[in-house]
Design a binder for this molecule. Structure first.
Ligand SMILES: *Cc1c(COP(=O)(O)O)cnc(C)c1O
Length: 399
């Protein structure tokens, strides 16, 4: 069975993790610092804060942005739940603007139309790994004083063009904060894990503290006053808690894997691009299948593809999506659907009163969406198996 996604683990990854197990550090050791340093360099950011999931990175982003009750955060409905849940975690209102039909990414015009006086943040998602129109989104948001969080959990290593030069997600000023996930289904993995990157020193400092209970050990930051406060005694054990933080720490074991995976990320991206090119080539003449469109502000060679999500004309094909998926599975090919528009989830409907029809483009896309297998470890023969299975199904369609 060819799954829709899977991790790529080699002996060098295993050796790196075993070496860290034999070291003095299991958590919060030198490999965390090293992973952060290398990752920040790779994307071109000043600061990288490693955490134990992409969701934790998004939660820290809404915390350091100081969002709260009375604030609205707008994101795309076609994304994983965490892109919106991060607003709800801090008591802000998650809201949604429609997607651009071609790229499936948040549409800047729709964002502008959905803007409300209480909108304080945007989570701009790089769906399937293709960067969203972050420049257009930032233009809408920053003019209104909102913070831009780029959810690049799909697109680690993807780049957009800035004055004709590629800049990676995390490495440009259009986003204030960018988040990544290292879940095994993503393009590189640490088991579970995530990263928050920013060029802003203040935001980074807050994120580091909130990752570990809001604690500071920097004496220059201590608020305790000797003459006022009996607890204050600036000994070597002393620390202070300034904000309500969490345990979002990642382990040294995970960062050993992360460093090892990061060294092969360019290979992973290249292999995924080859597979996407083979699929695009094989499907361009099939009237039932519509491959993803590439936006004009990115170059195909600079996309770190996470998903290969096509639109299938199930009506024309004469079979339901469930039947399509079942028959694909019988031919040894796993598929998946990304995503159910988030506002249609029972929690969102009940809590925020969202109704079907809110984002028509997203709903139309969802009704046709299907993700085919895409991962760096796919062999050429796996790719041919997928292509043949899709072709077989299309040939069986009533003409
Ligand atoms: C995977 C993912 C997340 C969450 O990452 P985890 O590491 O699983 O917590 C957030 N946003 C998007 C778009 C994702 O795909």
């Amino acid at each position: 069975m060819i799954p829709y996604g899977r991790q790529q683990i080699e002996q060098s990854d295993i050796d790196a993790v075993v070496a860290s197990l034999k070291s003095d550090w299991l958590t919060s050791g030198p490999r965390v610092d090293e992973f952060e340093k290398q990752f920040a360099e790779f994307v071109g950011a000043r600061h990288a804060v490693a955490v134990n999931s992409g969701t934790a990175a998004l939660h820290l982003a809404t915390l350091v942005a100081e969002l709260g009750p009375g604030d609205r955060l707008i994101t795309s409905p076609i994304t994983f739940l965490a892109s919106a849940n991060c607003a709800a975690y801090v008591g802000a209102t998650p809201d949604f603007a429609d997607i651009d039909r071609a790229t499936r990414n948040l549409c800047p015009q729709a964002l502008e139309a959905a803007w409300q006086p209480d909108t304080k943040a945007v989570v701009a998602v790089d769906f399937a790994g293709q960067p969203c129109d972050i420049q257009g989104i930032a233009a809408v948001a920053k003019r209104r004083g909102a913070i831009v969080i780029q959810d690049a959990c799909h697109g680690v290593g993807s780049a957009v063009l800035k004055n004709g030069h590629p800049v990676r997600s995390g490495g440009h000023e259009w986003a204030d904060i960018t988040t990544f996930s290292f879940h095994p289904v993503k393009t590189m993995t640490t088991g579970e894990g995530g990263m928050l990157v920013t060029d802003n020193d203040e935001l980074a400092k807050k994120a580091y503290a909130l990752r570990s209970h809001g604690i500071t050990r920097e004496s220059s930051e201590f608020a305790g006053m000797e003459h006022l406060d009996a607890a204050f005694e600036p000994g070597p054990w002393y620390y202070e808690m300034h904000q309500l933080g969490f345990n979002y720490r990642i382990t040294d074991l995970q960062c050993a894997l992360g460093i090892s995976q990061l060294s092969r990320l360019p290979q992973f991206i290249k292999r995924r691009q080859e597979i996407v090119a083979a699929y695009n080539d094989a499907f361009h003449d099939l009237e039932f299948i519509h491959p993803p469109a590439v936006s004009s502000h990115v170059e195909p060679g600079m996309i770190s593809w996470h998903l290969y999500s096509v639109e299938v004309d199930f009506d024309l094909l004469g079979i339901s999506r469930t039947e399509f998926m079942t028959q694909m599975r019988e031919m040894g090919v796993g598929t998946q659907v990304h995503y159910i528009p988030i506002y249609l989830q029972p929690y969102y409907r009940k809590k925020y009163g969202y109704l079907p029809g809110k984002c028509p483009q997203a709903e139309d896309y969802y009704s046709r969406a299907l993700s085919l297998p895409l991962y760096a470890g796919m062999t050429d023969s796996d790719v041919q198996t997928v292509i043949q299975a899709v072709r077989d199904l299309c040939q069986r369609a009533p003409s």
